[in-house]
Design a protein around this ligand. Structure first.
Ligand code: NOJ
Ligand code: CA
Length: 726
């Protein structure tokens, strides 16, 4: 066996210590591991001969036990190369290469007579490492007080960050120097109602950074299973991040039983921003697929009864009920008290604005069927929405009882006759115990009514109270739902859940997640126009997002006169999102009437694929622009998307050298018109049809908050007549 670890004598913090090092397969990365004079583990990471992570401490502080922080000696050290290529059930690529050099260091702590293993995997795109706790005489059940993993930065980098929070990630990103995080903390949180802030210097992962020398660094975690989610807290003086886990109701950070492991801590690095987007390190650090029969797992393009409620045009609730915060006011005089299971809704007056009514749902099914969508999501179909949020109620929904105007069987049969799949909605309103109680019955109800995908949601404080959306108990809940759903052959799209960490490799029925600021915020006051140039560098590092793009009417007051929100995006930008925001689950989120006004642009949403054989990141800079080309699964058609956040717009320049030289292609380019602007003129777009070949080049202007989308269809030579070359 070839050995990858070399022993060297190095100078750390003035003391001469023995250190060992590991190289990446391509030799660009070098990581060193050492024990300092106190026997405390340290690592550092170099890229192309320069430090990207300075010597940083590793360790775990335990509650009521000797901590795993120092007093270690190296007991054993084992290194091995690894190289495999595997095929995801769905994804950006047909084949994924997983190549790294692994190094497991077994440390012995003589004081407590215990072992701890730190396992490193050095890839060609960065480093992953985790703690492993072998079952042993002196370690079985233990409680984590805090993980003390450090990431020491080499300078005051530019960071693209959202502030630490135990309950939500639905923030706009802030771009600033690391040293400015604290000063910008308040402003950074203003884009969402503050939930559970943790420290003015804490940020969430995945954290994207850029050094003054142009090195891109991304910190995150992979395979977050049975452990609490990690934040990063900055020591501003020394520019050192340290892990900060999410607590349970007692304030503890994790309850573990050996043998067990921590999630992987990941550091993706490159001097080319495109490599960060193309990295598969996070998914590769997860276990292989555990679902044997995957025939039922299918990427989905869908429409739904959704945007109308988000914009306030219609309601989830069937009656006016008792609106949150209005109890005791004149507004609720004479309103009956509504309780799940005790209220006969057939006797109540409907509010006349209930979105999920049978006739309307059938219209959506017709629209889906005419335009070739796979599915229809319907929210607000079940009893409980009158006071679903804000009261910490235990029993909110039972997930099986429809409102009187939602005909489950009639809709099931109608959808079947139109070849459209219904998508179930389970809003838990954070009442997790209630959801787990009903889960089997709810999934059986779904299967009986032909639903094989569910969108879950966790709005509000978690019940039982004291838990947080991102603590270990909740991480285990989300995982429980995924695995239970797999037993029923159900696909899951979880909103407000824990941020993805590549688990979809192991559980590919997890086809969607929100866990970031999605399109809904465009109806709640708007998002920054460059938000979508950051999400792929941050949230999407862990997996796809149900971003719900495709908004064509940016002036929300045209949908609901009482809502003055504006969608900070051009129409062409909305099209590009289907390609730049990779997801096997894509919604066409706007109302059918808005698509009917722009059928020529809508064609792109109809044509675009949701599963891919290949992806080429053509241009990228966090906060400024992303251009990607993707090859549709099992076809020779390509789709290109560009999103731009640069103030005043930018000219994007791309080659088509990803095309085959012996084929003919027709490209339809959907771009911002010269006068387009996300705020003042978002619907100004142009569509042009041209011939393209491997030798073609495109220079295309894109507005701020704008972009372009291209469908490139392979055609017979005969079908190229009359078309101009690009
Ligand atoms: C928040 C989700 O993100 C949104 O998609 C959903 O419609 C509402 N919660 C209601 O469940
Ligand atoms: Ca949400």
């Amino acid at each position: 066996m070839k050995k990858f670890v070399c022993l060297t004598v190095l100078l750390f913090s003035g003391a001469v210590l023995m250190a060992q090092e590991l190289m990446s397969p391509d030799g660009k990365f070098r990581m060193q591991f050492s024990l300092d004079v106190n026997g405390a583990p340290n690592y550092r990471l170099d890229y192309k001969g320069k430090a990207v992570i300075k010597p940083s401490k590793l360790g775990i502080e335990l509650k009521d036990k000797n901590s795993f922080l120092n007093g270690f000696s190296i007991k054993n050290s084992e290194s091995n190369p690894f190289d495999e290529t595997w095929q995801p059930v769905w994804g950006e690529w047909k084949n994924i290469r997983n190549q790294y050099n692994e190094w497991a260091v077994t440390l012995h702590q003589s004081s407590g007579d215990r072992d701890l293993i730190i396992r490193f995997r050095l890839f060609n795109d960065g480093l992953g490492f985790r703690y492993e706790f072998p079952a042993q005489k002196n370690l079985l059940h233990f409680v984590i007080k805090e993980e003390r993993t450090q990431f020491a930065m080499t300078g005051d980098h530019t960071a693209y960050w959202i502030s630490g929070d135990y309950d939500t990630q639905e923030y706009d990103y802030t771009t600033s120097k690391l040293s400015e995080i604290k000063g910008k903390y308040k402003e950074a949180r203003s884009s969402n109602a503050s939930q559970t802030a943790i420290a003015e210097t804490a940020v969430q992962t995945s954290l994207m950074m850029k050094t003054a020398e142009g090195i891109y660094i991304n910190l995150h975690e992979a395979a977050l299973i049975d452990y609490s989610c990690m934040h990063l807290n900055l020591d501003e003086k020394n520019l050192v991040f340290e892990s900060w886990l999410t607590p349970d109701p007692k304030g503890d950070k994790g309850t573990l039983q050996a043998s067990c492991t921590s999630p992987w801590r990941t550091i993706i690095v490159s001097d080319d921003a495109r490599d960060i987007l193309a990295s598969n390190m996070t998914i590769n650090l997860n276990e292989p697929n555990k679902i044997k029969d995957v025939s039922w797992i299918k990427p989905v393009k869908y429409v739904g009864v959704w945007w109308e409620m988000i914009t306030g045009k219609s309601t989830w609730a069937y009656t006016d009920g008792v609106p949150f915060g209005t109890e005791g006011t004149a507004a609720v005089k004479d309103v009956p008290s509504i309780k799940l299971g005790q209220t006969d809704f057939t006797k109540l007056k409907p509010n006349g604005k209930h979105g999920a009514n049978t006739a309307h749902v059938k219209e959506l099914i017709d629209f889906a069927s005419i335009h070739g969508f796979d599915g229809v999501l319907v929210e607000g179909w079940n009893e409980g929405w009158e006071d679903w949020f804000g009261y910490h109620k235990d029993l909110v929904f039972d997930f099986v009882t429809p409102y009187p105007d939602f005909d489950v069987v009639g809709i099931r049969e109608y959808a079947k006759s139109k070849g459209v799949k219904m998508i179930m909605h389970h809003e838990t309103s954070g009442s997790v115990r209630n959801y787990e109680r009903h889960l089997d019955t709810a999934f059986k109800f779904m299967k009986a009514n032909n639903y094989d995908a569910v969108k879950t949601g966790y709005v509000g404080d978690i019940v039982p109270l004291g838990n947080y959306h991102y603590n270990q108990w909740m991480v285990n809940h989300y995982q429980y739902v995924i695995e239970k759903a797999a037993q029923y052959k159900i696909m899951v799209n979880a909103h407000e859940a824990i941020r993805p960490t590549g688990i979809y490799r192991t559980w590919p029925n997890m086809i969607g997640n929100e866990s970031a600021r999605g399109t809904e915020f465009q109806a709640f006051g708007g998002s920054k126009p460059n938000h979508v140039t950051l999400l792929p560098f941050t949230r999407l590092i862990g997996g796809p997002m149900d971003f719900t793009p495709g908004i064509f009417e940016m002036d929300i007051s045209k949908i609901n006169p009482n809502n003055n929100s504006h969608v900070n995006s051009t129409l062409a930008n909305q099209l590009a999102l289907y390609v730049t925001m990779y997801s096997p689950l894509q919604m066409a989120a706007d109302l059918p009437e808005n698509y009917n006004r722009f059928l020529d642009a809508f064609q792109f949403i109809k044509d675009v694929a949701v599963d891919w054989d290949d992806s080429k990141y053509l241009e990228a800079e966090p906060g400024d622009f992303i251009t990607v080309a993707r090859k549709a699964k099992g076809s020779n058609n390509w789709f290109v998307g560009n999103v731009t956040g640069v103030v005043g717009g930018r000219v994007s320049t791309i080659d088509f050298d990803f095309l085959d030289s012996d084929k003919f292609y027709v490209a339809t380019i959907y771009s911002d018109a010269k006068t387009a602007h996300y705020k003042t003129n978002p619907q100004a777009y142009e569509i042009k049809k041209v011939l393209v070949s491997k030798k073609s080049k495109l220079k295309q202007w894109a507005a701020e908050g704008g972009g372009y989308a291209i469908s490139i269809m392979e055609v017979d030579k005969a079908n190229t007549k009359g078309l101009k070359k690009l």
